[in-house]
Write a protein that binds this ligand. Structure first.
Ligand code: FCB
Length: 464
């Protein structure tokens, strides 16, 4: 670790160059960097790929910032070798990417697109040849549109559809892929896609949200079972978006509101996976879901013995009672003492203490064997100065969060790995290309990649 690259004053006292180093995390710690098919691949209709919900959503007017779409994105479909080599050059040991369901099964189920399988064989082989462990997410939000036309996540049939997709992928790649994540952030894609409509497919309201919750929770466990069946030695996890929730004040009403938000944001998908059922006590609206969509035998099928939990964390959430908010009675607030400097370009609060607290909170569950931080990172407005991007805020962000991960690990929590989000600037869903999360800058006109200071920092930190 280079002392001159330590930037975060606030935490300098906590960083001692001999204790905050790669080796302090242990020799078997997984160091990865992640990306997702829709955000990076482009080639949205090439070589037999079917349309996904995000293709359709981003082709509509007014859905995406500046009317952008991911038809081309970072051209990972054509440039995967360059990007994988870049990941390798930053000294990561693991490369996380997702498989696009509609590239494999353009009609959702049925006929397999051989060109799709071939593409991922190339990606995987390239990782393996370069000594990077491929870490595959089965579902990172890009559902085939044909299945959405049949109801998508609201249709119980999705359990069969998803199972078929998992069968195809796990049989095909069983000899090459050991590490799997079933779903990426179900609370994210179900909440934003089927309740608020902010993400694809843009559906809203409880009648979409409730069935989508249950079916996604069923698929989460079902995917685990399919992987285990086809690849007995696989290391299987699934990821959750997690935020440490603070009540706005110590008033009972705010504390209660914070508990509800915690149940919704952190516990809704995790607890059923652990065999604990849904957090109905804090979220009574789930009673309706259970009555209407849970059929006999489902409660047992919701659980799966995952080898690890993928914890994804970006920010803390402060919650206040809000009587006008339907179902939850709680709302997020930005406390007055926090100023603009402490926000990333997504408006997310920089809160490194939160990753420590949420790791600790989640690790309290008996059923969790290991935790891997499968996403953490930040968007900032990057600019070139003499050909360089000196993104010191991002370096400081990573340093401060990593110190807290180390603190959690040193306190005895089984944190097994950490993955930065993300390798290159990419398509940030509804926000389009504006938020820059990459360790590597992408010029979206020329597709030229430029290593940022944060990328260089990882290279040094991991290269020790
Ligand atoms: C996560 C998503 C990931 C990316 C980051 C910034 O919620 O899983 O695809 O958009 O946020």
């Amino acid at each position: 670790m280079q002392d001159n690259l330590i930037i975060n004053d606030a935490s300098e006292s906590e960083i001692q160059s001999d204790s905050f180093s790669k080796s302090a995390f242990g020799l078997d710690f997984i160091w990865g960097v992640g990306m997702a098919s829709f955000q990076n691949e482009g080639a949205w209709n090439l070589d037999g790929k079917g349309e996904s919900i995000w293709d359709k959503f981003s082709h509509k007017k007014h859905r995406i910032n500046d009317r952008q779409n991911a038809d081309v994105a970072c051209e990972f479909y054509h440039r995967f070798e360059e990007d994988i080599l870049l990941a390798k050059s930053l000294n990561f040991s693991t490369f996380r990417f997702s498989i696009s369901w509609s590239r494999i099964l353009p009609t959702g189920v049925g006929k397999v697109n051989m060109a799709g399988l071939e593409f991922y064989h190339h990606v995987i082989d390239c990782c393996l040849e370069n000594g990077l462990e491929p870490f595959v997410t089965l579902y990172h939000w890009d559902l085939p549109q044909v299945l959405e036309d049949l109801g998508g996540w609201t249709n119980r049939e999705i359990i069969h559809w998803f199972s078929e997709y998992c069968e195809v992928v796990t049989r095909e790649f069983s000899g090459k892929i050991k590490h799997w994540l079933v779903l990426n952030e179900p609370a994210g894609f179900v909440g934003l896609g089927y309740m608020t409509g902010y993400h694809a497919p843009g559906r809203m309201g409880m009648r979409n949200f409730l069935p989508a919750i249950h079916h996604a929770a069923m698929c989460q466990a079902e995917g685990g079972r399919v992987i285990r069946k086809n690849i007995p030695h696989a290391v299987i996890g699934t990821s959750f978006s997690c935020s440490f929730i603070e009540p706005f004040s110590q008033k009972t009403s705010d504390i209660k509101a914070a508990k509800k938000a915690d149940a919704l944001l952190n516990r809704l998908f995790l607890e059923p996976a652990l065999g604990m059922g849904y957090p109905i006590h804090e979220l009574p609206f789930l009673n309706k879901m259970v009555k209407k969509y849970v059929v006999e035998g489902d409660m047992e099928k919701l659980s799966f013995d995952f080898d690890f939990i993928g914890l994804q964390n970006y920010f803390n959430v402060v919650v206040k009672k809000a009587w006008w908010m339907p179902y939850l009675g709680a709302s997020e607030v930005r406390p007055p003492h926090r100023n603009v400097k402490e926000l990333t370009d997504m408006g997310w609060e920089i809160s490194p203490d939160g990753i420590y607290k949420i790791i600790n909170q989640i690790s309290q569950y008996q059923g969790i064997k290991q935790i891997i931080i499968t996403e953490n990172g930040a968007a900032f407005k990057d600019s070139f100065e003499n050909g360089n991007i000196n993104d010191i805020e991002r370096v400081a962000f990573y340093q401060s969060y990593l110190q807290q991960v180390l603190k959690a690990k040193n306190s005895g929590v089984k944190v097994k790995g950490y993955m930065a989000w993300t390798l290159t600037d990419n398509f940030e869903w509804t926000e389009g290309y504006k938020p820059k999360f990459g360790l590597i800058h992408v010029d979206f006109v020329t597709q030229k990649r430029t290593l940022k200071m944060s990328g260089k920092w990882f290279r040094e930190f991991l290269g020790e």
